[in-house]
Ligand binder design. Structure first.
Ligand code: TAP
Length: 489
């Protein structure tokens, strides 16, 4: 942050009540105003007039107009913008972390991690313009030369959630931009700044040409359908819940123009401890994978499936660690559990807790919420059919399921409609690996937590957790299209 005349730190970026639409920052023309609140103390951070459908239309038209020049820019020019954006992130580190804490309810630990992941995505994006390759293809016809050109799709629509807002927006828009597309972004209404406006400021400062990135703020329930069915975007990149993802998928094929879809949806991620696991190590990973960001991460562990012979020892150690976690003010450096994002989320978690108790689960840790801060809850004797085991909690609730043998652990782990991430612990790496390969999830981590994401590695889910993969080569495929061109000599 910069200093004012009194030597006090003051933010570099201002004007978050305005939206970047077609190259200009201005107010949305909607009648409704979004009040952006700090979930820990309820402070109003900024009031943002909603965008209208006309605003959205202008954003999409501006994207079409500006994309042509942006796609024609040299790979090195697009790479430079991405690299500079990473440098801007470095220069504004403190300000960005502050926004992530205040707007998203991130603990300082999570905010620092999110800054790192956004920075890494931008650096990865700076390499992508050089990795967009075409091909010369075989031909059986004399004199016919076959080529495949890889081109940007044109305009990409990005819709992102509130939980890891900056990262989940940038993970779509940075690669999409890097390979020559324009983007119109709709961040979640709980995180309009970290999910959208702050990124737009950073990319503008890094030299992104006007109009190539527009941001639309408004309620998904009001403008979401029009945003998805608008004739201009060719790809819809959506990260969020499975029900909304399904809804968007229907719209994307039923509207006037067919859209390609990238869907990153919910998870019901198992953490499996086999009888030969290093329990000390497993407990540390379990605590982090369950409670980072209050459990509000798509990859958060949702179910602990523990082999019978080590179940009680693991549970005892886990509960002991839980009792030592710092809960409360997300700004404090060692807080592990801060506020959940809003009252509706807290109400949903309370209902899950009541339901778990009434369906016979044994509560071994818990407590009353203070404001939106819900202390960690641990339930033992959870049966696989209970809602706590079958559906995503997205909060600091840890259900324990006892498994009688490895085979049963595998069956329970796969007994869900979701298939995003998983973790398995065994001291025998080959055994862990065999188990991992039988899991119906897009990502599995042997002897590590379920929360993992690395540039150039495929990120995504199976089953109802989504369609498509992110990062590196997979992001290039997601945001480009292949054109077959033949020349008859
Ligand atoms: P959602 O309620 O699905 O919201 C996600 C985004 O969709 C928000 O921007 C929301 O806007 C928008 N939206 C809502 N209705 C829409 C509609 N009809 N058309 C278009 N957009 C619409 O999810 P959430 O509560 O923010 O996030 C939590 C969920 O996301 C969890 O299930 C979690 O697992 C999942 N998630 C998945 C991943 C990955 S990578 N797989 C990562 C993070 C989160 P408003 O905010 O304005 O309603």
């Amino acid at each position: 942050m910069e200093q004012n005349n009194n030597g006090k730190p003051q933010p570099h970026y201002q004007g978050f009540d305005q939206l970047p639409i077609n190259g200009k920052w201005r107010h949305g023309k909607g009648a409704n105003v979004l009040r952006d609140l700090n979930p820990y103390n309820g402070d109003a951070l900024v009031e943002i007039p909603h965008a209208t459908r006309d605003d959205m239309d202008e954003a999409y038209r501006g994207a079409v107009a500006s994309q042509i020049g942006w796609a024609a820019a040299l790979p090195g020019e697009r790479a430079t913008v991405m690299r500079r954006a990473a440098q801007v992130m470095e220069a504004r580190h403190e300000e960005i972390v502050k926004w992530l804490i205040e707007e998203a309810g991130s603990t300082r630990i999570k905010a620092a991690m999110e800054w790192e992941t956004v920075h890494a995505v931008l650096l990865e994006a700076a390499t992508l313009p050089y990795l967009v390759e075409g091909r010369i293809l075989p031909s059986d016809i004399p004199g016919k030369e076959c080529r495949m050109y890889r081109k940007p799709v044109g305009v990409v629509a990005v819709i992102s959630p509130w939980n890891w807002p900056m990262q989940l927006s940038v993970r779509s828009l940075a690669p999409a931009l890097a390979v020559g597309n324009a983007v119109v972004l709709k961040p979640a209404s709980d995180t309009p700044v970290t999910g959208g406006l702050l990124l737009a400021k950073i990319l503008e400062e890094a030299g992104l040409p006007p109009g190539v990135l527009s941001v639309i703020i408004g309620a998904g329930s009001e403008i979401g359908d029009a945003f998805v069915t608008h004739p201009i975007p060719r790809v819809i990149s959506f990260t969020g819940s499975t029900p909304v993802g399904r809804h968007i998928a229907k719209l994307a094929v039923e509207g006037a123009t067919l859209k390609r879809l990238e869907l990153e949806l919910g998870g019901n991620n198992p953490f499996v401890v086999l009888e030969d696991a290093d329990l000390e190590r497993a407990v540390e990973a379990a605590i982090f994978g369950k409670f980072l960001h209050q459990g509000q991460i798509c990859m958060s562990t949702n179910r602990f499936i523990i082999e019978d012979s080590v179940h009680d020892a693991f549970l005892e150690r886990f509960v002991d660690r839980v009792s030592k976690l710092k809960v409360g003010d997300p700004k404090a450096p060692d807080t592990m559990i801060g506020p959940v994002i809003n009252q509706a989320q807290l109400n949903g978690l309370r209902r899950r807790i009541e339901d778990a108790v009434s369906s016979g689960a044994r509560q071994v840790a818990g407590g009353e919420a203070q404001g939106l801060v819900l202390p960690p809850h641990v339930f033992a004797d959870v049966m696989n059919g209970m809602p706590l085991a079958q559906t995503e909690s997205f909060g600091p609730i840890a259900p324990f399921i006892r498994a009688h043998g490895e085979e049963e652990a595998l069956r329970i782990a796969n007994d869900t409609e979701l298939g995003l991430a998983a973790a398995v612990f065994s001291s025998d790496v080959e055994r862990g690996l065999r188990f991992a390969q039988q899991l119906e999830t897009g990502m599995v981590h042997v002897n590590d937590q379920s929360v993992n994401d690395l540039p150039y590695n495929p990120f995504g889910g199976e089953k109802n957790s989504g369609i498509g993969r992110f990062n590196g080569a997979w992001s290039i495929a997601a945001f480009t299209t292949d054109q077959w061109v033949t020349i008859q000599h």
